[in-house]
Design a protein around this ligand. Structure first.
Ligand code: ZN
Length: 251
């Protein structure tokens, strides 16, 4: 029975390791998505700047066109000035030219502002393009690392499962059935060590007679409180440790 208990402790260690690696493996796609989000942000900023640059260019072009039209309008008004006969007409026409010139000035201002905005956005575009390039580089690097970690984990999991199969081959079917049944209710740790007179599964003190029986290890004994299968303090095998006290108390 000692051998069966030893196999159970090994089986549990394999199950815990497999579960741990499996958790890590399952988190990798989310970690890749997370890494991609910085890149997505930089790209969306770049798109916004491109849109603003296009708008500045459109504004400048339409302003230039309006300005051309206004300039030829002013030119026509000046030509007509020569044809006017009376002083009154002449003064009225000068006033019209003055208003047309003011409109031309404000169109020039509009074109200048659009040009400045365009230059600003062009500069911003180059800066953010640099950030996007950096983000692409670091994302690609991180993605490659995570993908290769996934491959390593898959390989490691495969090896652990083969090793677990070897243990299962030696384990009595009835003992394995008992382990599986306990595992379905206890979830994490099924085989617990007795340490300083306490079951490490539930942390409760075990009756002295049971401690002595567990030490002899000639049969599979369970904790009277949490029903975990017990093994002694000096049991010669790798000992699974509880990762948290909560997990240990969580029966
Ligand atoms: Zn217990």
């Amino acid at each position: 029975m000692n051998a069966q208990l030893s196999l159970l402790v090994q089986l549990q260690q394999f199950d815990l390791n497999i579960q741990q690696l499996d958790d890590q493996r399952h988190k990798i796609p989310a970690r890749i998505d997370e890494a991609r989000s910085a890149l997505d942000q930089a790209i969306s900023r770049l798109e916004d700047i491109k849109t603003a640059l296009e708008k500045a260019t459109t504004d400048r072009r339409s302003g230039e066109q309006d300005l051309d039209e206004q300039e030829s309008h002013v030119q026509k008004l000046r030509t007509r000035l020569m044809e006017l006969k009376t002083n009154k007409e002449y003064q009225a026409h000068l006033f019209e030219i003055d208003i047309a010139n003011k409109k031309k000035d404000s169109l020039e201002e509009r074109v200048l502002l659009a040009m400045e905005r365009g230059e600003e956005k062009q500069k911003e575009l180059e800066e953010v393009q640099g950030l996007v390039d950096d983000a692409i580089r670091s994302f690609t690097q991180e993605k490659t690392q995570l993908e290769s970690k996934a491959i390593d984990l898959d390989r490691e999991l495969e090896e652990l499962k083969v090793q677990k199969e070897d243990v299962l081959k030696l384990l009595d079917k009835s003992v394995y059935a008992r382990y599986t049944k306990l595992k379905s209710t206890l979830k994490v740790v099924v085989v617990a060590q007795v340490r300083s007179g306490a079951c490490q599964g539930c942390q409760l003190q075990i009756p002295p007679q049971l401690i002595a029986d567990v030490k002899r290890a000639d049969q599979l004994l369970t904790c009277p409180y949490c029903f975990r299968i017990l093994y002694g303090e000096d049991f010669p095998s790798s000992v699974p440790e509880f990762s948290t006290a909560q997990e240990a108390a969580d029966v």
